[in-house]
Write a protein that binds this ligand. Structure first.
Ligand code: ZN
Length: 298
């Protein structure tokens, strides 16, 4: 057994933007917009910390009474960054939770430390924001993208939106923030995960995973309308109300379920590493797309 620290891996990172998240306050509503449309808003560390800054800013500003989380461009989110030039797994950021740096940790400890903070920890933190939040979802909401939509109190989607968690192809039982079996009935969650197929907004709506569906061209207006109503509710009342429902989910074991599945997730990462030398079984964005075509018989 080795507990030794390692030399952080040097990987070239090219960020295509210095503004991976846009922030705007309009009529008491903070609009937090993921801004990597070129990469379908793939979430790298740079974006994660910019999102955290934006949520913190919205919480700090008493004039903000509601928060909207949106994605620039064609899609809400393609999920975690597994293959853009801005992929920054081996970069250290100022931690927001009580966790050590990850880049100098050996083997499975690196990802375990990073994902505690950047994925599951951050998502739990944003879910607890003391103001109502709305996810505005268009196009793809895949894997890591699900986590971002799910932490919001309401989800409003356009007709063309779809949801998918295909990580079983990597041998992994769902993304880090394992809310699948809370967002969907158990058998539907199993189908969603085991087949890894796209779930159209309409079907997600039928299970209550999505609150409203509107044509794409009306999405912004619809969200604006709902956000305005949320912003007009009493501040403390809105906070207590969202906490009340979150608390019921906690009584149903949401956080502890998530913690236990997070460890399965990391067992799978470690198994991948041991068998293929890659925690994602060598499936980067390109390989995932190829695999998908193969499955579709194309
Ligand atoms: Zn992971």
């Amino acid at each position: 057994m080795s507990d030794d620290l390692v030399e952080p891996e040097k990987v070239e990172i090219t960020y295509e933007t210095e503004e991976p998240v846009l922030y705007e306050v309009k009529d008491s509503v903070a609009w937090i917009t993921m801004n990597r449309p070129k990469f379908n808003n793939a979430q790298n560390g740079q974006m994660t910390y910019a999102l955290d800054d934006a949520f913190q800013r919205a919480v700090n500003d008493d004039a903000v009474r509601c928060i909207v989380l949106a994605g620039e461009g064609k899609h809400f989110s393609a999920g975690h960054d597994i293959g853009t030039p801005g992929r920054d797994v081996h970069k250290e950021f100022d931690k927001r939770l009580m966790l050590p740096g990850h880049t100098n940790k050996p083997a499975a400890e690196l990802l375990y430390t990073r994902e505690q903070e950047q994925y599951v920890g951050m998502c739990k933190r944003w879910r607890e924001a003391p103001k109502p939040t709305v996810a505005m979802v268009q196009g793809a909401c895949i894997a890591g993208g699900l986590m971002l939509a799910w932490v919001c109190d309401l989800i409003i989607a356009s007709e063309d939106a779809f949801f998918q968690d295909p990580v079983v192809r990597m041998g992994i039982p769902g993304v880090e923030y394992f809310a699948h079996a809370y967002e969907l009935p158990p058998r539907v969650a199993k189908e969603f995960l085991l087949l890894g197929e796209r779930m159209p907004a309409e079907r997600a709506y039928s299970f209550g995973m999505v609150n409203r569906i509107v044509p794409r061209e009306q999405l912004h207006e619809e969200v604006e309308g709902v956000a305005a109503k949320l912003a007009a509710q009493p501040r403390l009342g809105a906070w207590l109300t969202k906490q009340a429902v979150n608390q019921v989910e906690e009584l149903k074991g949401k956080s502890s379920a998530m913690t236990s599945v997070f460890h399965m997730h990391h067992f799978a990462h470690a198994q991948n590493d041991l068998t293929s030398g890659s925690s994602t079984a060598g499936l980067d964005a390109k390989a995932m797309a190829k695999e998908k075509k193969k499955q579709a018989g194309e």
